[in-house]
Unconditional design. Structure first.
Ligand SMILES: Nc1ncnc2c1ncn2[C@@H]1O[C@H](COP(=O)(O)OP(=O)(O)OP(=O)(O)O)[C@@H](O)[C@H]1O
Ligand SMILES: [Mg+2]
Lengths: 279, 682
């Protein structure tokens, strides 16, 4: 199939495999995001060192590593949210569906509609629930209730929140519980229909039940999306992800199948970290 | 507000039913009163009624007195009319001396030389006697129904009878001896111009009372403008010459105030000598005290016998009344602030000399007979006008500056800009006011055309510069930090302003055809005051920009970064994030900023004092000055006698100012709370 990246000034055609042998796992081989020799600097301080990763399509990819190792930084590189940081600089290449994110032809706002993000700390807007979800679609010019209603419902259902909030769509989002707020943020991200969903420790502030619901959500969502999740919770990474990358001090130490990382990691430091022996 | 009570009652003398002529009077301290009857004058110590001095009134050649008139004014000057058509002047004086620390007031009366008013020698039934510096005038109605007028004792009397087509029932001369008014039994008033004593001219007639209702009493209020009319039906009204139309110089008498009616015929009117108050008495013995400006009847003393004569004490703090049975009653009156009611403070009032009821503030003037005009509405209006012009300038500038500073400016630059703007707030407003009044007002007057054009050119130049900046290739821009673009604007702004200023003359001739003031007057009919709302708008705007800026900037900066990141991550542009999220989230803070700015502008004194001209006019024109409540307090408090009416009104104005800001802040706080509950994070 020929997919056109409509937003690009110079559409680039790329070939994507479709269907094929049922026994084959074609998705695993399809790259969604490709990072090549990515170095990232906050001013003079380097936060990422020569990172090379290929994130496969329609899978959940987890990034783990100790605090301050650059996981969030990497995530924010993927939707260019780091552009906001004064003095930040990136070199290397990041390709989304084969297109360089940092090329001057890419429209940042357009990129961000394709790469959604859920933040560590839930950040619902101080607006009604409905308006939170409709925020993204409205930015894209969808105005009428008739057009917005189905999107809002679908996104809230997608985030598993619909049944809880359908009667209070016009109440402030700030009245929701922490877990609900986080799912609302997921719904908000889903509403713009992204290809990729970046999640930075989405469950860090949630109890096990809420966490469980979000994890279920990831399974449901990955049919339609490519998900990159940062987590400090080893079990969570092991449960939800298909492949896992382990970072240390801005370096990617190891990137492989989740099963492999958690059972037979190649690197000693990975093993130390996942077994909790890491100093 | 006004209180009063009867303080004494005694019998002066039995009045002879055949000549019911008598007057009463009071000395300033109200220690001594007097009655004058056809035969004698008696002085009483008050309130006891003990006679302290008495003297008969005699004239040569001997004649019986048939009428008595008291000249209005401060001095006790009287005239008595005789049976043979003469007028006998009578002067009463009080001298006070101190004897062993005790004040002793001694009265004296002297009879002047009589003069003939009716050359035919008929008995005088009704007399008006008016003593003035310009001469003494007298009008007499004789037993034959003729009306005679004479000025000064030597003048030759003029017969006015032919001009008056009805039975004469009342007469009045103003204190300057310029106008004579004759009231008739059919409710009409005939006006004569008597400035030229030998040739009085009938200038007009007015229908005052319904046909058939006689005018029974006439008196001018202090100042000779308002004429109080009492009728046989008991009605009391105040009439005043008002221009027939705005363009015309001609006036006609118009009813401007109607006071409470008496149940019976009005028999006596006595105006106050210090304000626009007056007493009226009726034939049932009721004594009312009215106030013309506020159109209120302040006191009603119940009656007895028909009132023959009434007199308002010189200080308007007492009254003396003589009734037909010869009873004298004295009253004390406390009425320190007669002109003030809520209506006179806040509603249009028909003042003397005005064509229609108006809201006016004019607290004082040179003359004694001045009618103070305490309309606070022009001041409230001025306060709001100044505030509005200031906010009109300050709000857009301050809020947009706050938006730019918090959202787009480079942090290094922000670290400089914020304190600089906050230092602006530390500038004493007296300095700003001084600069505004003495430097900016004349300057603005000179360069007004340029300033007008600047308002269009400067923003246009900024936008043009921004567009051009976008066109500059990215490669040339990289070495400038993001957020420093603002500095690029500085030369653009300076250039735009300089161009406008240098073309001032050309702009003026191009837009306004040589003279903008003439043009404004021709096209809009507005006058250009040098100290006007525009100057105040600029200066007071400048004074409140810092506070609005600081609070707004704070509010905008306090919008959590992660919300902004959340919005951007959804594909919003900076501008969309700002307008849809940041502004809404910061709205309680920005609203507070506006309200605090408003409060500052409302209470601001020095700037408006120095830069407005302090003219209490009600006109939204930006080229007119105005006077605010606060400036009014500053201007007038040095002139306000402690405890006086003005003094109290100024305090009331301050209270009003407080109430305004209090109300405003309360409402603002309520709105802010609601906004905060709606939009704030916590
Ligand atoms: N805006 C910034 N400016 C400068 N340095 C930054 C900035 N954000 C992060 N850093 C630095 O970059 C490094 C990586 O930070 P990052 O937030 O990516 O870590 P992390 O792996 O997400 O940590 P955690 O697990 O605690 O969230 C840290 O040393 C951090 O101090
Ligand atoms: Mg992090």
């Amino acid at each position: 199939m020929l997919v056109q990246l409509s937003s690009m000034p110079h559409p680039i055609a790329i070939h994507i495999h479709e269907g094929g042998d049922v026994n084959e796992k074609p998705k695993a081989s399809e790259p969604k995001l490709v990072l090549r020799d990515v170095n990232f600097y906050y001013g003079r301080a380097q936060a990422l060192f020569k990172v090379n990763i290929t994130v496969p399509k329609n899978q959940v990819t987890a990034f783990i590593g100790p605090s301050g190792c650059g996981k969030s930084t990497l995530l924010r590189c993927l939707n260019r949210l780091n552009d906001l940081v004064e003095g930040a600089r990136l070199d290397g290449t990041i390709l989304l569906d084969g297109v360089d994110l940092y090329s001057s032809q890419v429209d940042v706002t357009d990129l961000r509609t394709r790469v959604g993000m859920v933040f560590q700390k839930s950040n619902p807007f101080p607006k009604p629930i409905y308006d939170n979800v409709a925020y993204g679609p409205r930015l894209q010019g969808i105005r009428t209730r008739a057009d917005l209603d189905p999107i809002v419902e679908e996104s809230l259902r997608g985030a598993g929140l619909w049944d809880e909030v359908k009667d209070r769509l016009w109440e402030s989002a700030l009245g929701l519980s922490g877990g609900q707020q986080q799912r609302l943020c997921i719904a908000r991200a889903l509403a713009v229909k992204p290809d990729v969903l970046l999640m930075d420790e989405p469950c860090s502030a949630l109890d096990p039940i809420a966490t469980g619901r979000i994890e279920e959500l990831l399974f449901a969502l990955k049919d339609a999306l490519t998900i990159v999740i940062v987590t400090h919770n080893m079990q969570q990474a092991a449960r939800v992800s298909d492949s896992t990358g382990f970072f240390l001090m801005g370096e990617l130490i190891e990137f492989a199948d989740t099963k492999k990382i958690f059972t037979t990691p190649d690197d000693r430091r990975t093993e130390d970290y996942i077994t909790g022996r890491f100093g | 507000m006004a209180t009063g009570k009867q303080t004494g009652q005694f019998t002066a003398f039995p009045l002879d039913a055949s000549h019911q002529a008598a007057v009463v009077g009071l000395e300033e301290q109200q220690e001594i009163g007097y009655t004058v009857s056809p035969t004698r004058i008696a002085f009483f110590s008050l309130p006891s009624g003990r006679v302290v001095h008495e003297q008969p009134i005699a004239v040569s050649p001997a004649s019986t007195m048939t009428a008595i008139a008291r000249s209005s004014g401060k001095e006790d000057r009287l005239g008595l009319g005789t049976e043979d058509g003469r007028v006998v002047p009578l002067a009463i004086d009080f001298t006070s001396a101190y004897e062993s620390g005790q004040r002793v007031i001694s009265p004296s009366a002297s009879v002047g030389s009589p003069f003939q008013i009716d050359p035919t020698g008929k008995a005088i039934r009704r007399l008006v006697y008016q003593f003035s510096d310009a001469g003494t005038g007298a009008v007499a109605l004789t037993e034959t129904g003729r009306v005679w007028y004479v000025r000064n004792s030597g003048g030759s009397p003029v017969d006015l009878t032919a001009n008056v087509s009805s039975t004469v029932t009342a007469l009045v001369l103003d204190t300057r001896n310029e106008t004579l008014s004759v009231g008739t039994a059919d409710g009409r008033l005939f006006h004569f111009d008597v400035r030229e004593a030998s040739r009085p001219v009938l200038t007009g007639t007015s229908s005052i009372a319904p046909a058939g209702v006689a005018i029974t009493s006439l008196a001018y209020l202090i100042g000779d403008r308002s004429l109080v009319v009492g009728t046989a039906a008991g009605e009391v009204s105040v009439w005043m010459p008002v221009r027939v139309s705005a363009e015309s110089d001609r006036t006609h008498l118009r009813l401007i105030h109607r006071l409470a009616s008496h149940p019976a015929e009005v028999t006596a009117i006595s105006p106050s000598q210090r304000d626009k108050g007056f007493l009226t008495g009726d034939s049932s013995g009721n004594l009312y005290m009215h106030y013309s400006t506020s159109e209120r009847t302040l006191l009603r003393f119940p009656g007895g016998d028909a009132i023959q004569a009434a007199w308002f004490a010189p200080k308007a703090n007492g009254a003396i009344v003589l009734d037909r049975s010869g009873q004298v009653r004295t009253y004390s009156i406390q009425n320190p602030h007669p002109e003030i009611t809520f209506a006179t403070l806040f509603q249009p009032v028909w003042y003397e000399g005005y064509d229609k009821p108006e809201q006016v503030w004019q607290s004082s003037s040179g003359g004694d007979d001045f009618e103070p005009k305490f309309g606070l509405t022009p001041l409230i209006f001025g306060t709001l006008k100044g505030t509005m012009y200031a906010l009109l300038l300050a709000v857009p500038l301050a809020v947009l500056a706050a938006v730019y500073t918090s959202m787009f400016m480079h942090p290094d630059l922000r670290a400089w800009i914020k304190p600089i703007i906050e230092i602006m707030a530390a500038l004493p407003t007296v300095v700003l006011g001084f600069l505004a009044g003495l430097w900016m007002a004349p300057l603005l007057q000179r360069i007004f055309p340029a300033v007008l054009v600047m308002m269009v050119v400067v923003p246009a130049a900024v936008i043009a510069a921004a567009v051009l900046w976008q066109l500059v290739p990215r490669s040339m821009r990289v070495n400038l930090h993001a957020g420093v673009e603002a500095l690029v604007l500085v030369p653009v702004l300076i250039a735009a302003v300089a161009v406008c200023l240098s073309l001032n003359g050309q702009i003026e001739s191009l837009l306004f055809g040589s003279n903008y003031k003439g043009w404004l007057a021709d096209v809009f009919g507005v006058r250009y005051d040098q100290r006007n709302a525009l100057v105040v708008g600029f200066t007071m705007g400048f004074a409140i920009i810092p506070i609005i800026f600081s609070i707004s900037e704070e509010a905008l900066s306090n919008v959590p970064r992660n919300l902004i990141a959340g919005s951007l991550a959804l594909g919003a542009t900076n501008w969309q994030t700002l307008s849809r999220l940041v502004f809404v989230s910061a709205s309680p803070g920005i609203f507070s900023a506006l309200m605090i700015g408003f409060g500052r502008a409302v209470g601001e004194t020095m700037i408006v004092l120095m830069a407005t001209g302090n003219t209490p006019i009600m006109d939204w024109s930006m080229f007119d000055g105005f006077r605010t409540l606060s400036a009014n307090i500053a201007v007038e408090i040095p002139e306000a006698p402690h405890g006086g009416t003005l003094y109290r009104i100024l305090f009331f104005a301050a209270l009003l100012l407080f109430a305004m800001t209090f109300l405003l802040n309360t409402v603002a706080e309520v709105i802010r709370q609601r906004l905060r509950n709606k939009y704030s994070q916590f």
